[in-house]
Design a protein around this ligand. Sequence first.
Ligand code: ZN
Length: 251
Amino acid sequence: MAFGTTVSPTHHDLGGSVHPDLVALLELQQDDAEVASLESRRRDLDGQLQSLDREREAVSQTLEQSRAAVEAEQRKRHDLLAKVQAHRDLQERNVATLEMVKKAREATAAMAQVDIVRKALVQEESDLQGITARIKELEQVAERQELEVADTDERQQAARQQIEEARRALDEEMRQAQAKREQSAERVPKSVLVKYERIRLRSGAGALFPLRGAACGRCNTAIPLQRRNVIAAGRSIEVCEGCGVLLYAAS
Ligand SMILES: [Zn+2]
């Protein structure tokens, strides 16, 4: 199967006859490979950055959890303090009542009231101590985690800077490689370019492969002698019937 138009071959520098579109296509393929390798390096850098982000995220998330726990305990403590204050006020009134009663029966009732509130206050104050101790503990944990976050930031700083510099350099390389690629693409006829792109996309590896002996260099399908001669003479660009890539004679 012939690919593109059949034209008179030009003589390649290396001595063999090469189809002129093939010369341009091989150059384009090389440029595409360069762009792909830069893209792969860019993905590597992005991956490195993401793993730094994940590491920091994990450390800062535990810190956030500790801070939330501190806040929850502080809210509990605030509510409990209000309750204690209310019971103290009540107790003051109870004691005043107790001091004023004259009858024994009333005194017993007032005493019982004082006793109930006293017990409640004892319990609440013990709870308050527990919460206060817990808050202190949690705050210490959060402080340690804050240091850990700061430590992580410090440790990551150099790595992030390196990645950022590498990315900037890579972006510049990428601009140049893409510009070179566009120039090479302009030297390939439109219809040939469309086919090249389609094959490249489908192949995932490249569109042009050299003959390896008497077979396709990609899928090893045997290429008949007559077509090999056409390729060698540079009369047309042949397509491998096994895998669909474009074939050229390795010089
Ligand atoms: Zn093939």
